[in-house]
Design a protein around this ligand. Structure first.
Ligand code: CDP
Ligand code: CDP
Length: 215
C-alpha cells in the first residue's frame, strides 16, 4: 500500500487512541498520539513550577526529547488540564507542528489528536472524527484507569472535568477542536472498540490508495 495518512480527531476519551493503535497495527503504519506532545509540555511546565495559563511554554515545546514522551506520569488529572492550557498557546502549537508533519513524511501514519485533519494534515487521505457523549466518555475514562464502574459522585466529577477540557479545546482561537468538513463522523456511544475498528477498516478499504496497493 502507498504511504497513507489517516487523521483521527475528537474530544477526550472518545476512543481515538484505541482506534489509532488498532488501525496502525492492522495497516502496518506508524502511529503518533499527538496528545502526548501537549501532555509532555504541560508536565514539564508543572515540574518547573510555571503557570500553564500565563507563561509562554514554547521554549519547552521546542526542546521536547523523546524520553519526555515516555514518562509514566503524563496521564494524571493535573496533566490533563495543563496540557489543554498549553495547547491553547499559538507559539506552542507552532513549535510542535513540523515535528508532527515530519513523523508521517516517509511511511505515512495514523495520527490522533484534536487538529490533525484541520491543521496538521488538512489534506490527509482519510479523516475520522470520533466522538461520544460526555457521560459515556467519563464512564470509559474511569473504567480505563480503575477497572470498575464509577460511583455517581465520581462520575459527575469526571464528566465535569471532561466537559471543562472539551470547552478549552473547542473555544481556543488557534486550531480548536472541530470536525473537518470532510471528516467522517463515527459516533461511538453504542459501539465497542472492535465495532469502531471494523467501521474504520471498511472506510480505509474503499480508499483509492488502499485499492491501488491491494488489487
Ligand atoms: O484517545 P482517547 O482519549 O480518545 O480515548 P482512548 O484512551 O482510546 O479510549 C478510552 C477508553 O474507552 C478505552 O478504555 C477504550 O477501551 C474505551 N472504548 C473505546 O475506546 N471505544 C469504544 N467504542 C468503547 C470504549
Ligand atoms: O487522551 P485524551 O483525549 O484525554 O487527551 P489527549 O489526546 O492526550 O490530549 C491532551 C490535551 O492535548 C487535549 O485536551 C488538547 O488540549 C491537547 N491536544 C491538542 O490540542 N491537539 C492535539 N492534536 C492533541 C492534543
Amino acid at each position: 500500500m502507498k504511504a497513507i495518512i489517516i487523521a483521527i480527531d475528537g474530544p477526550a476519551a472518545a476512543g481515538k487512541g484505541t482506534l489509532a493503535v488498532a488501525l496502525a497495527q492492522h495497516l502496518g503504519l506508524p502511529h503518533l498520539d499527538t496528545g502526548l506532545l501537549y501532555r509532555a509540555v504541560g508536565r514539564l511546565m508543572l515540574d518547573e513550577g510555571r503557570d500553564c495559563a500565563g507563561d509562554d511554554a514554547s521554549d519547552i515545546a521546542a526542546r521536547l526529547a523523546p524520553s519526555d514522551l515516555k514518562r509514566t506520569d503524563l496521564r494524571l488529572p493535573e496533566v490533563d488540564r495543563a496540557a489543554s492550557l498549553v495547547a491553547a498557546q499559538p507559539a506552542v502549537r507552532a513549535a510542535l507542528l513540523q515535528r508532527q508533519r515530519d513523523f508521517a513524511a516517509t511511511h505515512g501514519a495514523v495520527m490522533d489528536g484534536r487538529d490533525i485533519g484541520t491543521a496538521v494534515f488538512p489534506h490527509a487521505d482519510i479523516k475520522l472524527f470520533v466522538t461520544a457523549s460526555a457521560r459515556a466518555r467519563a464512564v470509559r475514562r474511569y473504567q480505563q484507569y480503575h477497572d470498575r464502574d464509577p460511583s455517581p459522585a465520581a462520575l459527575s466529577q469526571l464528566e465535569a472535568e471532561i466537559e471543562a477540557r472539551d470547552h478549552i479545546d473547542s473555544a481556543r482561537h488557534v486550531s480548536p477542536l472541530q470536525r473537518a468538513e470532510d471528516a467522517i463522523l463515527i459516533e461511538t456511544d453504542d459501539l465497542t472498540p472492535d465495532q469502531v475498528l471494523a467501521r474504520a477498516l471498511d472506510i480505509v478499504a474503499r480508499h483509492p490508495k488502499f485499492l491501488a496497493g491491494n488489487p
